[in-house]
Design a protein around this ligand. Structure first.
Ligand code: GTP
Length: 599
């Protein structure tokens, strides 16, 4: 396919505005997938994505479309996630495109994430084609949304494509708009090879599968290629496009998006953002690559069974290949033994990684309380950062200033909820910046807030206070000093480092109290009494007691019911496997997970 017949584009949208459904329609209407193989949310291939109904990973598919001008175009679609945690995936996908479809829900209008995503696209000089979706809904108000796109985002919307991804309306118009408005890639097929690695995954049989956007030149089966940063050379065993499964074409020309297999098992030769070039005719300089993803939330991950430690390392390494925003390093915990300190983009990202480790790699784990990164300034010492409550400076160390990361958050919400949202932001130590009405029914409220407060449960609280109508998006704005303390949680007098956390002085007691109460509910009674305490230094700020139990579980089944007795014992045994022995107390895995969800 020649250059002028290629179109590379992403679909960007606020969560749930219909991006994945629209992608399904594009794939289906062009016959890329036979009707009998069609299933909903085709590109959301991970089980987790299907279950949660969200896109986590950007996905890629090549579609052939015969346009009204009689020519057949090759459309490369890169689907992107909508949740704020995954904005990094969005910016990566955009770097491989010339244009973006901006999908806006006709009933809901422009939301916080619409704005954040469209700014990313404009920053990268992409051609943005507005699409107003869900026009089948009774509440759809196309003119209002058109005005919002023009007023709030500031791009013309008179040519916005009107679609219903659900009923298949406007799909033909959309395909024509892609061909008409999105520019063809501008580079040459003959120059030295330059291809950008924008993703990759590990296949147990075939090794590393590298996803590339060929910027200049051509990759063919049998070519000798070189990875720019490692200087390692490989033979191309196979290359091809996604349609949407891997489809070997054995040639990828400039402007194409596809995959390359070299048989390597080394994940270091497939780092996202790196450049692939040819051995014979190498390019002089690498492509610009990506800004590194910045971890916002940190937590320790520990295998329940110490035998799983090496498996866990291998699993995290493989996941990292597919998700460059995940960082990790070895860590040890008094309570939990050997594990890894991991960095995540946000709490949802963390939950998803933990869940993937469980499901895809069958590793039972425990995670410690999530934390943000703090800056510690001690007198006469250079500043250093910590992300583990264990490293929080204790008392008696002279003057110590602790700084915490702040974000600037934009919240779009219907008028009636403005009061409730401001109250919540205030409660979360927010500093009011501004409020503007974006139309006659909705306002955009801007606050500066500590990231630590957002990480915990801000989004859930926001949703529940606004019946789900609020949308939220944020960016980091730097560090500010805060009055912060470390709270220890003691079980039977022993501090359990996995539960300790850093909090603002004003919130320390309330948060400690909630955790102590929750642990009392979750930790089963044992042969002896177990005090559970929250402590600020030597001072106990909350306490609960789990009383000793008297009977064993089978005591209730007197007489003949052997099978019931057996079942109970088996259940007890299975329960044991998911327990972590800490000192003389057995703590269920659940306890570690539920502490995560508390504030
Ligand atoms: P993420 O992948 O999580 O970012 O969401 P998304 O933007 O991909 O949204 P998705 O395609 O999953 O659609 C969200 C919901 O809207 C689903 O329940 C769809 O069935 C529904 N939906 C999508 N398009 C339309 C449409 O045109 N009309 C109506 N009525 N519903 C639609």
């Amino acid at each position: 396919v020649s250059q002028e017949l290629k179109r590379n584009f992403s679909i960007i949208a606020h969560i749930d505005h219909g991006k994945s459904t629209l992608a399904d329609r594009l794939i289906q209407s062009t016959g890329t997938v036979a009707d009998r193989d069609m299933q909903n949310q085709l590109l959301d291939s991970m089980d987790l994505e299907k279950e949660k109904g969200i896109t986590i990973k950007a996905n890629t598919v090549t579609i052939n479309y015969k346009a009204n001008d009689g020519k057949t175009y090759q459309l490369n679609l890169i689907d992107t996630p909508g949740h704020v945690d995954f904005i990094y995936e969005v910016s990566r996908s955009l770097a491989a495109c010339e244009g973006a479809l901006l999908v806006v829900d006709a009933a809901q209008g422009v939301e916080a994430q619409t704005l954040a995503n469209v700014y990313l696209a404009l920053e990268q000089d992409l051609e943005v084609v507005p699409v107003i979706n869900k026009i089948d809904l009774p509440a759809a108000d196309v003119e209002k949304v058109r005005n919002e796109i023009e007023d709030v985002i500031g791009i013309p919307a008179d040519e916005a494509v009107l679609t219903s991804a659900k009923s298949g309306i406007g799909i033909e118009d959309l395909l024509e708009a892609i061909v008409k408005f999105i520019p063809a890639p501008a580079n040459s097929e003959d120059g030295p090879l330059k291809a950008l690695i924008f993703d990759s995954h590990f296949d147990d049989y075939r090794g590393v599968i590298t996803y590339v956007r060929v910027v200049d030149g051509t990759i063919k089966k049998g070519d000798k290629i070189k990875i720019f940063s490692t200087n390692h050379q490989f033979d191309v065993l196979e290359c091809g496009i996604f349609s949407p499964g891997m489809n070997p074409t054995n040639i990828l020309t400039a402007g194409s998006v596809g995959y390359v297999i070299t048989g390597t098992k080394s994940i270091h030769d497939s780092q996202v953002g790196d450049t692939v070039t040819s051995v014979k005719n190498p390019c002089e300089r690498p492509l610009e690559g990506y800004r590194k993803a910045q971890s916002m939330v940190f937590a320790g991950l520990y295998p329940i069974s110490t035998d799983d430690y090496e498996d866990l390392r291998e699993a995290i390494e493989k996941l990292q290949l597919n998700d460059a925003s995940l960082t990790f390093e070895p860590e040890t915990s008094l309570a939990l033994g050997f594990g890894f300190r991991c960095g995540f983009l946000g709490l949802l990202h963390m939950e998803i990684i933990v869940e993937r480790l469980r499901r895809e790699y069958d590793i039972d784990l425990i995670s410690t309380s999530p934390s943000v990164e703090y800056r510690i300034h001690k007198e006469n010492e250079p500043m250093y950062t910590i992300d583990n409550p264990e490293d929080f400076p204790g008392g008696g160390q002279g003057k110590v200033i602790v700084e915490e990361p702040y974000i600037k958050g934009n919240i779009i919400v219907p008028k009636d909820y403005v009061g409730g949202v401001m109250e919540l932001c205030q409660l979360k130590r927010g500093v009011y910046v501004s409020m503007n009405y974006i139309d006659d029914t909705r306002a955009m409220i801007t606050y500066e807030m500590p990231l630590a407060e957002i990480v915990l449960d801000f989004y859930d609280k926001l949703k529940s206070r606004t019946k789900g109508y609020a949308s939220f998006e944020y960016e980091m704005i730097g560090y500010r000093p805060g009055n912060l303390v470390k709270v220890n949680i003691l079980v039977s007098g022993e501090p359990v480092d996995a539960f300790s956390f850093i909090a603002h002085t004003d919130h320390a007691q309330a948060r400690g109290r909630i955790i102590v109460e929750k642990l009392k509910e979750i930790i089963p009674r044992q042969q002896f009494e177990i005090p559970i305490q929250a402590a600020l230094g030597a001072k106990i700020i909350a306490r609960e007691t789990i009383r000793a139990f008297r009977k064993n579980v089978t005591a209730k089944c007197y007489g003949g019911d052997i099978s019931r007795k057996k079942k109970l014992l088996e259940k007890q045994k299975a329960g044991k496997k998911r327990m972590k022995q800490i000192g003389n107390v057995e703590i269920p895995q659940e306890a570690f997970i539920s502490v995560l969800k508390l504030s």
